[in-house]
Design a protein around this ligand. Structure first.
Ligand code: RB5
Length: 147
């Protein structure tokens, strides 16, 4: 399955670095933009990437903005997305083991590229533990009552 990539202008350079890394690993991806460092709005790229993950066209996703917060907030509006902001390897592993996160969110302005690639590697190569964590993530989506 292709990995869904998206970023805003603040995340564009790190997204390009990650794409080079994924290519070197022989991993396929789809780039939902942005495609330059020109100022833009992260929801324009986060929503299409989130839909691709929700609909099973891509898995997992990697999303990047300056802090990771705006793009992560946008992604998590999608009921089928569990986007996790990760800035070190341990948090990335736990996001997979405990939360079955399906989108990795990186804060481009607060992480160096070497750490970011280590985080990507950890995220892509760690499995969900299931068990009690499966019960918990099943309760995350909001139902019609709002709970
Ligand atoms: C862009 O300047 C910045 O606001 C954005 O990348 C992100 O950090 C928002 O949450």
């Amino acid at each position: 399955m292709k990995i869904a990539l998206c970023s805003d202008h603040a995340g564009y350079e790190l997204k390009s670095i990650i794409e080079g890394y994924l290519e070197s690993q022989g991993r396929e991806f789809e780039d939902f933009g942005t495609h330059s460092t020109e100022s833009c709005d992260y929801p324009d790229f986060a929503h299409p990437a989130a839909l691709a993950v929700e609909e099973g066209r891509c898995y997992p996703g990697i999303a990047i903005c300056g802090t990771g917060n705006g793009i992560g907030m946008t992604l998590n509006k999608h009921q089928g997305v569990r986007a996790a902001l990760c800035w070190n390897v341990e948090i990335a592993k736990l996001a997979r083991q405990h939360n079955d996160a399906n989108v990795l969110v990186l804060p481009a302005r607060f992480i160096d590229p070497v750490t970011a690639l280590a985080v990507v590697d950890a995220f892509l190569n760690t499995s969900f533990e299931g068990g009690r964590h499966a019960r918990r993530i099943a309760k995350i989506p909001v139902d019609q009552s709002g709970c």
